[in-house]
Design a protein around this ligand. Structure first.
Ligand code: AGP
Length: 591
């Protein structure tokens, strides 16, 4: 989704930093970008559609110390320069960047139009500088005008605003993230995600919903938007470094992050026994445990259902976060909601948490991003320690989530040590598996199936959610039509889709359901399917065998990894950029 960057302070290369900062937010997904900076008493604005990658900030502006910038993922209005941010008021004295959606924008726009305001874009965001302009007519104070403007919004937003007559940046949020970075020698950054300024500082303060910040680069004042009361905020040192957030020698973040799994699964297991046991107790004592997440994180939850059922004999319910509120009738104050999210900012997940909290239930989150909204709003949090995940296609976060859920299942069954042993052995197996020859082999398979119109994946038990996850990975980066099914369901309908040569991936383990899934693979083969087996053991039903380690309860973790590589190679073979998938954003902060 959209990215925000702001800086005010002693540095003179603010525009260059903004361009670099926005490039670091590219992974969030965007279709246009823009910056506004203050030079003398004027606001200069530069906006473009398309990518910011090739832009050198030095060529845009000379010396300046105050800037705001934005990458836009279109919601209201198409991908045009006029719709790109920053947006301005009529006399170009106020510039604003905005993430989120102002739900009552039509009503506010009509009101402004009646007062003579003219709009140049189709966005909801453009009303903001115009509203601030109106407020400034009754209060001379810029920050106060922004506060009053925010009070009129319905919906989720994060805004950063500047004014030619003010030396400060004003930022405010409700529902969309904003993080403040403080540089040692003076100067403040404001961004929607920390990679935007990690190069300059790791000291941050998190704005919470309903809060605003005003900074002139020397000091910062954080206050409650509704009451104006000052809020004192802790400064936190974030653990991630700027280097971790780079792709290094890899061609794309996606393949870098797939390869990171050689170490990241072991890092996910690095949890304190005491904490895991406390959380296992919370699940044991809860009257109803629910699992929820979106997309890939939702698939981790579905696999978690199997882990908890098979390893810990514990019944839990899964609902995609966007559907969770419809089950509110089953929540009680003693219920527990476990949410899973890489970014910790997904709007649907935040809504599910709100629903659970309204019923008095407790929320446990499994997240990757420290200090994210979900991390901070949870009663308990477990971090998967995957390090920054920047590719839109989630890979190492998924295997970290699966590892943590499996560990919880072992803890519930009284075997934390056993769980850690299994997972650390799996981490070592992944390290061996992801060798260069293996990747070349997967690339060859991708070349062979790259022109297929459809691709189906089947799995049984905990491999069923991995079949659906495989489909997500292939859909998002290669745009091939892919679907994942429960193997046994084939004969009830999906088998009708299989034609001569249709690639069918079969995810298997060496467990008791192996004969069932092989029988389903044979049924596909009999209808002309080209069978790609992902399994620790070969079988004559497979036209191609992708060997994976025998990982026991951790089988879904090792089975999904070759499919991630295959999806990546399919994207390349079809001429797609796997880091910039069509229509998608990394962090989905709208509903
Ligand atoms: C995964 O490849 C997708 N990009 C997407 O499904 C993602 O997992 C989903 O949007 C949830 O994101 P989160 O983990 O940050 O909450």
């Amino acid at each position: 989704m959209c990215g925000i960057f702001g800086y005010v302070g002693p540095r003179k290369d603010a525009v260059e930093m903004a361009v670099e900062g926005l490039k670091s937010l590219e992974y969030r997904g965007y279709d246009s970008w823009g910056v506004a900076w203050k030079e003398s008493q004027f606001l200069n604005v530069h906006k473009e559609t398309g990518k910011i990658s090739g832009i050198d900030g030095k060529t845009l502006a000379g010396e300046c110390s105050l800037v705001i910038g934005h990458t836009r993922w279109a919601t209201h209005g198409g991908v045009t320069v006029a719709n790109a941010h920053p947006h301005l008021n009529a006399d170009r004295t106020i510039a604003v960047v905005h993430n989120g959606i102002i739900e009552n924008y039509q009503e506010l726009r009509d009101e402004l139009k009646a007062k003579g305001h003219v709009f140049l874009s189709q966005t909801d965001s453009e009303i903001i500088p115009h509203l601030i302009d109106e407020e400034l007519k009754t209060t001379g104070d810029f920050a106060h005008a922004v506060r009053r403007t925010c009070l009129r919004f319905q919906g989720r937003y994060a805004i950063v605003a500047v004014h030619t007559k003010s030396e400060s940046i004003v930022a405010a949020r409700t529902g969309s993230p904003l993080i403040i970075g403080k540089e040692k020698g003076g100067g403040y950054f404001i961004a929607s995600d920390t990679p935007a300024f990690l190069k300059h500082t790791r000291t941050v303060q998190y704005l919470d919903d309903g809060e605003m910040a005003v900074t002139d680069g020397r000091s910062i004042l954080i206050s409650d938007i509704a009451t104006g009361e000052e809020r004192l905020k802790r400064e936190i040192e974030i653990r991630w470094t700027a280097d971790e957030a780079q792709k290094g020698d890899f061609a794309h973040f996606m393949i870098k992050e797939i390869m990171d799994q050689k170490e990241s699964v072991a890092r996910a297991v690095n949890q304190s026994d005491e904490e895991i046991l406390t959380l296992a107790d919370a699940i044991r004592n809860a009257k109803g445990t629910f699992l929820s997440g979106c997309g890939t994180a939702g698939m981790a939850c579905r696999a978690g259902e199997y882990f908890l059922s098979i390893v810990a004999h514990k019944h839990v319910n899964f609902a995609p976060a966007s559907e969770f509120k419809l089950f509110h009738g089953f929540l009680q104050p003693e219920s527990l909601l476990i949410v899973v999210s890489q970014s910790g900012e997904t709007a649907d997940v935040l809504e599910a948490m709100q629903v659970a909290k309204s019923a008095g239930a407790k929320v446990l989150s499994i997240v990757n991003v420290q200090g994210s909204s979900i991390d901070r709003a949870s009663d308990y949090t477990l971090r998967i320690n995957a390090g920054p995940e920047r590719a839109v296609a989630s890979t190492k976060a998924l295997t970290g989530q699966l590892a943590v859920l499996l560990l919880i299942a072992y803890a519930l069954d009284g075997g934390v040590a056993q769980g850690k042993k299994v997972l650390l052995e799996t981490a070592a197996q992944i390290n061996d598996m992801l060798n260069p020859r293996y990747v070349v082999f997967l690339k060859e398979i991708a070349e062979r199936i790259k022109d297929s119109k459809d691709l189906y994946i089947i799995g049984k038990g905990w491999n069923y959610p991995m079949a659906m996850e495989s489909a997500i990975k292939i859909q998002e980066v290669s745009n091939i039509h892919a679907e994942g099914f429960a193997a046994g369901e084939l004969k009830h309908g999906p088998i009708g889709l299989v034609e001569e040569g249709t690639p069918c991936i079969v995810l298997a383990g060496s467990d008791e359901v192996l004969p069932d899934i092989i029988s389903n693979a044979v049924q596909l083969k009999a209808r002309g399917g080209f069978i790609i087996g992902v399994s620790p053991v070969n079988n004559e039903a497979f036209d191609v065998w992708i060997k994976v380690p025998d990982a026991g309860t951790a089988q879904p973790i090792v089975n999904i990894i070759p499919v991630q590589v295959l999806a990546y190679e399919l994207a390349l073979a079809r001429g797609k950029d796997p880091d910039m998938p069509r229509n998608l954003a990394k962090s989905v902060t709208v509903k």
